[in-house]
Design a protein around this ligand. Structure first.
Ligand SMILES: *Cc1c(COP(=O)(O)O)cnc(C)c1O
Length: 222
């Protein structure tokens, strides 16, 4: 199923939820079509795919990296990426800071949390985040800005499970906001919700949904 971009935007409008159009695996021409309808924020999950798309597409696109990032790949996206939503370790955050400094930039980041009740590969646990935020080394990072959290819900028909996972992420965001990021205006994003669960995510307080197949069609079929 596909939904016209404008209809999705109408649905997001009342709650001011931002749309990240996830264009992974989709060709330049199809991305341009969505761009021409006014969309400016796009998400890609693989560095090798993101870089050539950045080079070929209009420069006012804000690219969000949403997939697991390897340390040796950070340097390729550091010059231009608008946000890295998939920061899943202290190690990668330090490398982002280092590469951002080289480019004389501050890179906006989200902390990817393990929220799925099923075993998920990437993401911080709550304890890991707390330990990192308290570490002196963390305070020494001046070229990253933590803007919030991101989570990927379990792929399931069980809406109550998805609801629990998203509500847990919202609670953890609120905790961080009131402790480590009190008074920091830029700490405001909860990136949750994809094609199959964005309505539940919005109901649970998402500020940013990452939608691919509803906009571009299923991947692997053209
Ligand atoms: C692919 C992807 C999406 C979009 O998935 P759809 O189900 O196509 O909407 C969102 N977030 C992440 C992290 C992804 O990898």
């Amino acid at each position: 199923m596909m939904i016209p971009l404008q209809d999705i935007l109408k649905e997001l409008h009342p709650t001011h939820t931002q749309l990240v159009a996830v264009s992974k695996t989709k060709p330049i021409e199809q991305i341009l079509e969505i761009y021409q309808q006014g969309q400016r924020v796009f998400g890609e999950n693989i560095v090798q795919e993101l870089v050539p798309k950045y080079e070929q597409l209009p420069k006012d696109i804000q690219w969000h990296l949403i997939g697991h990032l390897q340390t040796n790949k950070v340097k390729y996206v550091a010059p231009f990426v608008a946000m890295i939503e998939s920061v899943d370790s202290f190690k990668i955050l330090k490398e982002i800071d280092k590469q951002a400094a080289k480019n004389e930039r501050v890179i906006d980041c989200l902390l990817e949390m393990k929220i799925a009740e099923e075993e998920s590969k990437y993401g911080f646990t709550r304890q890991e985040v707390e330990d990192m935020l308290r570490a002196p080394e963390f305070s020494a990072l001046h070229h990253i800005r933590i803007c919030g959290v991101m989570g990927i819900g379990t792929f399931t028909e069980e809406e109550d499970q998805t609801r629990r996972e998203f509500s847990g992420l919202k609670q953890f965001f609120d905790h961080l906001k009131s402790t480590y990021f009190a008074g920091q205006q830029h700490f405001r994003e909860i990136s949750m919700g994809m094609s199959d669960d964005y309505r539940i995510a919005i109901e649970q307080g998402s500020t940013m949904v990452r939608i691919g197949s509803l906009i571009f069609g299923e991947r692997g079929v053209q």
